[in-house]
Ligand binder design. Structure first.
Ligand code: PLP
Length: 362
């Protein structure tokens, strides 16, 4: 029942819009008058064609993509992209630049390393435990791409502007902030996002790739590891993650029809994050972990004065219907993930709870 749902601040898999869940529920037994659920329909049927084409069209409209861009749905999560990117775009002496802003960027770098590819880490915020976003980065002249992570889900930092790379295409892991704001797509050769933060169920990865990146990709790769395999078959070389694509389509529809597009989505996200950050800044119990100009609008990471108190806070929160506030196991502390689907109402409720907890623990 909808009224038994908690305030869900999970980092991923994360909350989806209630309207989307209700639509899935109501259409599940008989999808589009087919007499079947969407998980029982052939991916080669016209029913599923409509779903995948609608999802692609919506993604293109929301991001103002022109005909150079392909919208793909792959499997293997965002993590497979860490390996596929150097595999597809670097050969021989080709070189790439990487920006290291946290756990996920580090994992992407590791996959280039494993394949013994040629790359440089041109900027890193590791010196201060990834609490900030590096600025004034110098890029290599001959890099084929610059890899970066737009939003650092675990450390709670986010690029609010994308660096000027002198025309080198940016390849960006946007797993935790895709469709949270408008993007100037001119800068990007490829963006990708595991679905479970801001788009839908885990396992599906959305990849948006520009034709010139496809053109420079390596030929001699296994089919399932080549972008072109998916680009030339509308993501249906093999059976695609049908339920994931269907859910993503509904989420994109929700962004377009209910939220009013990406400008409005961004305004809403700023309002939500401001409410929470302003409260934390004014409090004497809580403090954020990220440097102010680098703070994420999606993942608000914060600490209390002791680990013991953090444990009490998280326990009390669960008792009061607030889930997912525990920080990532690698960093500890607390984290409220407030992706697109988090409502203003849920942030108000959280601030109210945090205020009471502070009064009780002075
Ligand atoms: C969650 C996350 C990933 C990993 O996604 P998987 O789908 O589990 O592979 C990668 N990058 C970022 C930024 C993430 O938030």
């Amino acid at each position: 029942m909808a009224d038994q749902r908690i305030y869900n601040f999970n980092a991923g898999p994360a909350a989806l819009p209630l309207q989307v869940l209700e639509e899935i529920q109501s259409s599940f037994l008989n999808f589009d008058q087919s007499g079947m659920s969407v998980t029982e329909i052939s991916h080669r049927s016209s029913y599923f064609d409509d779903v995948i084409n609608d999802a692609v069209e919506r993604a293109k409209r929301l991001l103002n993509l022109d005909e150079r861009f392909h919208v793909l749905f792959l499997q293997g999560g965002a993590s497979l992209q860490f390996a596929m990117i150097p595999m597809n775009f670097l050969s021989g002496d080709d070189k790439a630049d990487y920006i290291n802003t946290g756990t996920w960027s580090t994992k992407a770098i590791k996959e280039a390393q494993i394949q013994k590819k040629n790359f440089s880490v041109v900027a890193s915020s590791e010196d201060k435990d990834f609490s900030y976003i590096p600025k004034d980065i110098e890029f290599s002249k001959n890099a084929k791409y610059v890899h970066m992570t737009s939003n650092n889900t675990i450390k709670g930092t986010q690029f609010h502007e994308f660096p000027d790379t002198n025309g080198i295409p940016i390849v960006c892991d946007m797993s935790s902030d895709i469709f949270s704001r408008p993007l100037d797509m001119e800068k990007f050769g490829l963006i990708y996002a595991g679905a479970q933060k801001n788009l839908g169920p885990s396992g599906t990865c959305m990849v948006i790739i520009r034709q010139d990146m496809l053109d420079m990709a390596n030929e001699n790769l296994p089919s399932m590891l080549k972008y072109d395999t998916f680009a030339s078959k509308n993501s249906m070389y093999n059976t695609p993650p049908c339920f994931g694509i269907y859910t993503i389509d509904l989420v994109l529809k929700w962004i377009e029809d209910q939220m009013g597009g990406l400008e409005k989505m961004e305004e809403y996200n700023i309002k939500k994050a401001d409410l929470l950050y302003d409260f934390i800044d004014s409090s004497e119990l809580y403090r954020t972990t990220a440097q102010k100009y680098s703070r994420s609008l999606m993942n608000v990471t914060f600490r209390l004065p002791s680990e013991d108190l953090e444990k009490q806070f998280i326990g009390k929160a669960i008792e009061n219907g607030f889930g997912g506030l525990k920080g990532h196991r690698s960093v500890g502390g607390c984290r409220a993930s407030i992706y697109n689907a988090a409502t203003m109402e849920s942030i108000h409720a959280l601030v109210q709870f945090m205020t009471i907890f502070e009064k009780e623990n002075k």
